[in-house]
Design a protein around this ligand. Structure first.
Ligand SMILES: Nc1ncnc2c1ncn2[C@@H]1O[C@H](COP(=O)(O)OP(=O)(O)OP(=O)(O)O)[C@@H](O)[C@H]1O
Length: 251
């Protein structure tokens, strides 16, 4: 077997049915290591279902998902999750939440301390380390949850609408942070979003999911652009103008 020829994630003949409703039918898809993928598509097409299958939270009705050569039957240790319900416990401070995965891994006190300190710095949340979730803003909670996910250095990061609950400014800062993290650590990232701009900003490949569960892969031409936001604003304007013209409006 030539491991080097394999994709990081291979989806083969994957089907998923909720009772009689077929959401995904015989899907074949490959994900390469170190690339970020943004899944977009209309409501109800099965984006979250696909993400939950990748996470190992759902078992395929048929077919398989292979990650690093191992066919998955359960969640995988090196996969990090950031799902909408951030899963922060009300009784844990930011510091305790970020430290928790290291306790589970039986790291020593000094290993935990240096790793948590570095993570607090990387996500710029040192100032709030002793606060509880109810004392934090949405963006701060998102950072804490992200820090807790990243502390185990996942090689695959799955996120379901990571910024949908955030206001514009916080959204942009979290998106920039994610882009930096992805570029620094080359983490394979798969996220679902309703926000096309977010997909274009964060994803190198955009996976457009259709009603029949099939997926179209769109390469992001903006990936190497330096001033991404500026060029996005330009593209956004073009789209708005085209839509206005289609509606027959005066410009
Ligand atoms: N637990 C469930 N039991 C039964 N049907 C479900 C369940 N979860 C989702 N579905 C159905 O499966 C289909 C796909 O749902 P899914 O949440 O994956 O779509 P989505 O593309 O993520 O939607 P949205 O963009 O609205 O979040 C929908 O028709 C939904 O009603």
């Amino acid at each position: 077997m030539h491991m080097s020829n394999r994709s990081f994630i291979e989806i083969r003949q994957l089907s998923y049915h909720y009772r009689e409703e077929a959401v995904i039918e015989k899907l074949n898809l490959d994900f390469s290591a170190g690339i970020s993928y943004g899944i977009i598509g209309e409501s109800g097409v099965g984006k979250t279902t696909l993400l939950r299958l990748l996470a190992g939270f759902l078992t395929p009705t048929a077919g398989q998902i292979t990650i690093e050569g191992t066919t998955r039957t359960a969640p995988r240790e090196k996969t990090g999750f950031l799902f909408q319900d951030l899963g922060l416990f009300p009784w844990q401070t930011a510091y305790q939440a970020i430290e928790m995965p290291l306790r589970l891994e039986k790291k020593t006190a000094s290993e935990r301390k240096s790793a948590v300190t570095a993570q607090l710095q990387a996500l710029k949340i040192e100032a709030i380390k002793h606060q509880y979730p109810h004392q934090l803003s949405g963006g701060q909670k998102q950072r804490v949850a992200l820090a807790r996910t990243l502390i185990t250095a996942p090689d695959l990061l799955l996120m379901d609408e990571p910024t949908s609950a955030l206001d514009m400014m916080t959204k942009e800062s979290i998106q920039s942070l994610m882009l930096t993290l992805q570029q620094t650590y080359q983490t394979t990232m798969v996220f679902v979003t309703h926000d096309i701009e977010e997909a274009v900003f964060l994803a190198q490949k955009i996976l457009l999911m259709h009603q029949d569960g099939s997926i179209e892969i769109i390469e992001n031409p903006l990936v190497e652009t330096e001033n991404k936001r500026e060029s996005l604003a330009f593209y956004q304007k073009c789209i708005e103008i085209r839509q206005a013209m289609q509606r027959g409006e005066q410009l």
